[in-house]
Design a protein around this ligand. Structure first.
Ligand code: EPZ
Length: 417
């Protein structure tokens, strides 16, 4: 159980290179199941969720090699199994992303139900409903989803609710189905068109990814490809706030500001100076921070994966910020830990009222989920004295060597093994 120890109040200065997107690399690795040929993925972040996916794919019979410099070679020439076991799925619910590709390739899949997680119930009913529309027989028993299909056929699927991995799973199931599939009310998160671009490089026929309507014309087979996944917009957003909360001056390279528009807009509204360029961002803190309300929404709205980090920043802003979490029903676990550091926060159902500016003091705090842990690290950077963040295995799931990146721009942070 590694911990992080942070001595706060250092102004951060320098340049950080942003890594590849975890939430893009996960479905991209699952897409390897759709072809016998080799898939070469570049710019893959070496974070724990990627290692878990490697284990899962190897259990299915995929050859997976991690080359130097964030490249992953995958080959699903002959699959040995169609089962994603509970032991793996319980550690990473995104394992459900093998359901669509396995069904498309093997006409059979057995995937453990992910169950709830710290931030919400997170059912997969919309994934299952969509697969049934494509002609699959799906039943859940003994904690597993059992899906079979003679053959998958195109269908019109209207999602009751926007779901990111649901859209990705159905897209991967439909690319080898007979006929045309139309996904309506589909997710528009940048990871969705990124997956579509990969599938198109493999020979799929997809139109409209990134819009609410995606049209997929099934093809008989897919081939191998070499593909570079997009930059991680949440990692970039987290470091933007690190610069703002420490009053520092940080440049972020190898990122796509266009994927962070609503976050950048909100930070500017709160008094943060941000310059954007084609593939880089520069945040200059130091100005007076003012509270600005935020409502989390599906893309292109303000990302729920940035809510916790934004809350940490609002503890340092004058006034009362109302933060409304619309996507997950239990995503304020970080608030009580921030309060242990001296923040003034009141939770009222889906809303959190953050009264600032309050002086934070270093304390022992516990991470409850991936983005909550990032929020505690940011608060630790602004706090007086030492903060010890426990259970950082949550953080390691989605941030690669975060303490080294922060130390490279002047943070006093170390990992306690
Ligand atoms: C993806 O999760 C991301 N994970 C999450 O990032 C992110 O928070 C989320 O999208 C929202 O942007 C990956 O891409 C691997 P959803 P996903 O299905 O796809 C409900 C991080 O920090 N829903 O879009 O699981 C659901 O309960 C992670 O990197 C159903 O009701 O999220 C939620 O309230 C955390 N039935 C809402 O929809 C379904 O079948 C959106 O969930 C599916 C979803």
């Amino acid at each position: 159980m590694d911990k992080l120890r942070i001595i706060g109040r250092a102004k951060l200065n320098g340049t950080i290179r942003i890594g590849g997107s975890k939430n893009s690399a996960l479905p991209a690795m699952a897409a390897s199941l759709l072809t016998e040929d080799e898939l070469l993925l570049k710019n893959v972040p070496f974070v724990n969720d990627i290692y878990t996916t490697r284990r899962l794919l190897r259990e299915l019979g995929v050859e997976v090699d991690f080359d130097a410099d964030h490249m992953v070679r995958l080959r699903a020439a002959s699959l040995q199994s169609y089962e994603a076991p509970y032991d793996l799925v319980k550690t990473m619910r995104a394992s459900v992303l093998v359901l669509g590709p396995l069904l498309a390739r093997l006409k059979r899949a057995r995937v453990s139900l992910p169950g709830g997680c710290a931030i919400g119930a997170r059912p997969i009913d919309l994934h299952i409903k969509g697969l049934q529309k494509l002609g699959a027989e799906v039943r859940t028993e003994h904690g597993y989803v059992e899906a079979t299909a003679q053959k998958l056929h195109g269908a019109q699927i209207i999602f009751d609710k926007i779901t990111v991995t649901g859209t990705e799973n159905l897209m991967m199931a439909a690319v080898l189905a007979e006929g045309q599939t139309i996904l309506e009310n589909a997710a528009r998160e940048p990871e969705v068109p990124d997956l579509a671009d990969l599938l198109k490089a493999m020979g799929a026929r997809i139109e409209g990814a990134g819009t609410p309507t995606i049209v997929i014309d099934g093809v008989p087979a897919l081939k191998g490809a070499s593909y570079t996944v997009i930059a991680d917009r949440v990692e970039a957003g987290t470091f933007l706030i690190a610069g703002a909360i420490t009053g520092g001056d940080i440049e972020l390279t190898a990122c796509n500001p266009g994927h962070l528009t609503s976050v950048i807009e909100k930070l500017r509204e709160a008094g943060v100076s941000i310059d954007t360029d084609q593939a880089s961002l520069r945040v200059k803190g130091g100005g007076a921070l003012v509270s600005a309300y935020v409502v989390t929404k599906e893309h292109p709205g303000f990302a729920t994966d940035m809510q916790a980090q934004y809350m940490a920043l609002m503890t340092q802003a004058s006034g009362i910020a109302v933060i409304t979490e619309n996507i997950f029903e239990n995503r304020f676990m970080h608030a009580s830990e921030l309060m242990r550091m001296g923040a003034n926060i009141r939770i009222d159902g889906p809303r959190a009222l953050v009264a600032g500016k309050t002086g934070l003091s270093g304390a022992n705090v516990i991470a409850s989920d991936l983005r909550a842990s990032a929020s505690l690290v940011l608060a630790g950077l602004a706090a007086d004295g030492a903060t010890i963040v426990d259970r950082i295995y949550h953080l390691d799931r989605g941030y690669e060597r975060i303490e080294e990146k922060l130390r490279s721009v002047g943070a006093q942070i170390e990992r306690l093994k």
